[in-house]
Design a protein around this ligand. Structure first.
Ligand code: ADP
Ligand code: ADP
Length: 225
């Protein structure tokens, strides 16, 4: 059974259908990247999985549970956005631990999970800083850490690197690769950047005008004559 499963998912705004029956399975530990031009429906698709946008028809399952009618917070996922969405008045540690606090986890357990994630993401020296005292790359790592501590069934990434400069993007790609290797994060990752897609994907979904046109390994898609 796939960890994340979309079956014939559609979305219409008014009378206009923008997602035309997309079906995707993301297996346990698999890193699936959706790549396509601006406006093809990547963000809408991800937001439907997260529960931030209602689906018009089809079925979305997370960890074997149909989530169509579940609130975002009742879905076993964590989302990483391009604009970080950190709380400015909270420290790095409190930002990372906030979701666990809401979930009612005792303080000592939160602190341990936060410390472990911070170690993986090279954030230990910054735990007591506020987001404004961090670089863009560090902020994005905090956003990753906040998702990581929750240990969700699947991670959803919405163009997380697009606000970073070229050098930082490469660094973050390597860091995400390292997380794939060590933690085996099950992920659905959206980007318009083909290099990013090829570097990260176990499997690629090429999306165009609301349709998943190709689903295959990066090799099979880009090595075609
Ligand atoms: P991408 O993330 O690939 O750039 P989007 O998911 O943002 O694409 O958008 C997919 C399509 O849906 C676009 O044609 C966009 O104009 C349309 N769309 C997105 N949000 C809305 C909305 N709230 N109302 C109407 N159309 C929308
Ligand atoms: P509470 O509001 O319950 O008193 P805190 O605001 O003290 O909790 O802490 C919020 C979260 O941040 C908790 O998950 C806590 O464990 C974590 N935390 C705070 N400071 C650190 C730190 N220096 N190292 C690791 N974790 C920390």
């Amino acid at each position: 059974m796939a960890t994340l499963s979309l079956k014939d998912v559609r979305k219409s705004y008014g009378k206009t259908e923008v997602i035309h029956g997309v079906s995707i399975d993301v297996e346990d530990g698999e890193f699936v990247v959706i790549v396509g031009p601006s406006g093809c429906g990547k963000s809408t698709l991800l937001r439907m999985v997260a529960g931030l946008e209602a689906i018009s028809s089809g079925v979305i399952e997370i960890g074997g549970t149909v989530v169509n009618d579940l609130e975002p917070r009742a879905r076993d996922i964590a989302m990483v956005f391009q604009n970080y969405a950190l709380y400015p008045h909270m420290t790095v540690a409190d930002n990372m631990g906030y979701g666990l606090k809401i979930a009612g986890l005792p303080k000592a357990e939160r602190a341990e999970k936060v410390r472990r994630a911070a170690e993986m993401l090279d954030l230990l020296p910054y735990l007591d800083r506020k987001p404004r005292a961090l670089s863009g790359g560090q902020r994005q790592r905090v956003a990753m850490g906040r998702a990581l501590v929750r240990d969700p069934a699947a991670f959803l990434f919405d163009e997380p690197l697009s606000n970073l400069d070229a050098k930082l993007r490469v660094q973050m790609r390597l860091q995400i690769k390292e997380l794939q290797r060590t933690v085996g994060i099950t992920s659905l990752y959206v980007t318009h950047d083909q290099v990013e897609a090829m570097t990260l994907a176990d499997r690629l979904i090429v999306m165009n005008a609301g349709v998943a046109e190709q689903i295959d390994t990066p090799m099979a898609i880009y090595d075609r004559p």
